[in-house]
Design a protein around this ligand. Structure first.
Ligand code: F6R
Length: 241
């Protein structure tokens, strides 16, 4: 595992965007695993700019998002479908049919989750997986647990995650209690993993992920066993290392 520390969140975003741009130059039909939340926004801003300037081409790219809430429509202002459209997809030359986000409204969520893993496999697997990290060390919505769950699955969100994400909703009561998330196996199968952590409220999770034994109470710790995982941190997130 490699750790790179930058002064600001913007610099972290630029570094992640440069790594993704290099990936797309090497392999224009790359499969990218994408994240939502605050952490990747500077990366997406930078990628949009590189796309506008003709440096990065999304025309052959396929994407799979990490997760989606259960039970809110795609058009909901907090849905991850909508987030991705607003923060990236509607600004770049990606093909609509190449975009995949887990379906949080499928009649059979577990079947739909299994089909999502199968679609990733059929696409050739994820080349680069972009991740944020929760204050509780989650990646995707893989919450602290006694085990690492392999495949895409339905998750009950922890109190810590509901508390962290209520800022996007009208009230805490409006935060969905469940989500569909890629599993740890799906994430670990990516050829490269880029984890972005910025801000002081991530410092404890970053320290635990890097310093504690690999264990499912801090799900990001598993990334230390990945052959090509890069942690991109700003100074505040790296402060406890
Ligand atoms: C988002 C995701 C989550 C977030 C994490 C950090 O798709 O899977 O693991 O990356 O909760 O969220 P932010 O970046 O908002 O602090």
């Amino acid at each position: 595992m490699e750790i790179r520390v930058f002064d600001t969140a913007e610099q972290v975003g630029q570094a992640a965007a440069v790594l993704l741009a290099a990936q797309l130059l090497r392999k224009p039909d790359s499969v990218l695993g994408l994240a939502t939340g605050s952490s990747p926004i500077p990366t997406y801003t930078c990628l949009i700019d590189l796309n506008r300037r003709g440096v990065v081409d999304f025309s052959q790219v396929t994407t799979f998002n990490l997760d989606e809430y259960v039970g809110i429509p795609e058009s909901h202002e907090c849905s991850y479908h909508r987030f991705m459209n607003e923060q990236l997809f509607s600004h770049v030359n990606i093909r609509r049919e190449a975009i995949h986000v887990p379906d949080g409204n499928a009649p059979n969520l577990e079947e739909s989750a299994a089909a999502y893993d199968e679609a990733i496999r059929k696409a050739g697997g994820i080349d680069v997986q972009l991740l944020g990290i929760g204050r509780n060390g989650h990646i995707g919505f893989n919450e602290p647990s006694t085990q690492f769950i392999y495949g895409c699955h339905v998750v009950s969100l922890s109190d810590s995650t509901i508390d962290a994400n209520k800022r996007f909703f009208a009230s805490e009561a409006d935060v969905p209690r469940q989500a569909v998330s890629l599993g740890i196996g799906s994430i670990m199968n990516a050829r490269q993993v880029l984890l972005i952590a910025t801000g002081s409220d991530k410092a404890d999770a970053v320290r635990r992920a890097i310093r504690e034994d690999v264990n499912p109470q801090i799900q990001a710790s598993i990334l230390r066993t990945h052959p090509d995982a890069v942690f991109l941190l700003d100074r505040a997130a790296a402060a406890q290392l």
